[in-house]
Write a protein that binds this ligand. Structure first.
Ligand code: HEC
Length: 131
């Protein structure tokens, strides 16, 4: 019986791994839907111009940009982000960041979380269009 339990647990774990990779964190979003989600970002971020707001760096061109490098927000970034070595060109990392910034960058000053995985994928797809 114990053996069976181990096999069952193994299958369950394998299933979970397959499920997670099939979902592909942060990928396959709809940019049109993401535009609506991004209304939640505008409270703190500009999306349409390179100027930073007092509350956050500009997200225009953020896709592909190294983290913590908006020159107009340079003095305001919190600890950790510049040294993180992150480049915002990885859906999975950005997805985790939007889910819980502090889990990706310790000391992150972004006081916002987006719990819904679909909304995160959609907003990531939209951010990619902001050039
Ligand atoms: C309550 C204000 C607030 C909201 C709302 C908010 N953010 Fe932020 N965000 C910040 C702050 C502040 C930072 C800078 C973090 C730091 O200095 O550690 C940041 C940083 C970021 C960064 C990193 C930028 C860089 O230059 O490296 C990304 C990407 C980001 N936010 C995306 C989003 C998205 C997408 C949304 C909406 C779904 C959002 N944020 C909503 C405040 C906010």
């Amino acid at each position: 019986m114990r053996m069976m339990a181990w096999v069952a647990a193994g299958l369950l774990a394998a299933g979970m791994v397959t499920g997670a990779s099939a979902q592909e964190r942060g990928k396959g979003g709809n940019p049109e839907a993401g535009k609506t989600v991004a209304r939640q970002c505008v409270a703190c971020h500009n999306l349409d111009k390179p100027d930073a707001k007092p509350t956050g760096p500009s997200l225009l061109g953020v896709w592909g940009r190294p983290a913590g490098t908006d020159p107009n927000y340079a003095a305001k970034y919190g600890p950790g982000i510049k040294e993180s070595g992150i480049v915002w060109d990885n859906e999975e990392v950005l997805d985790k960041y939007l889910e819980n910034p502090q889990s990706v960058i310790k000391g992150s000053r972004m006081a916002f979380r987006l719990a819904d995985p679909k909304k995160r994928a959609d907003v990531i797809a939209y951010l990619k269009t902001l050039k």
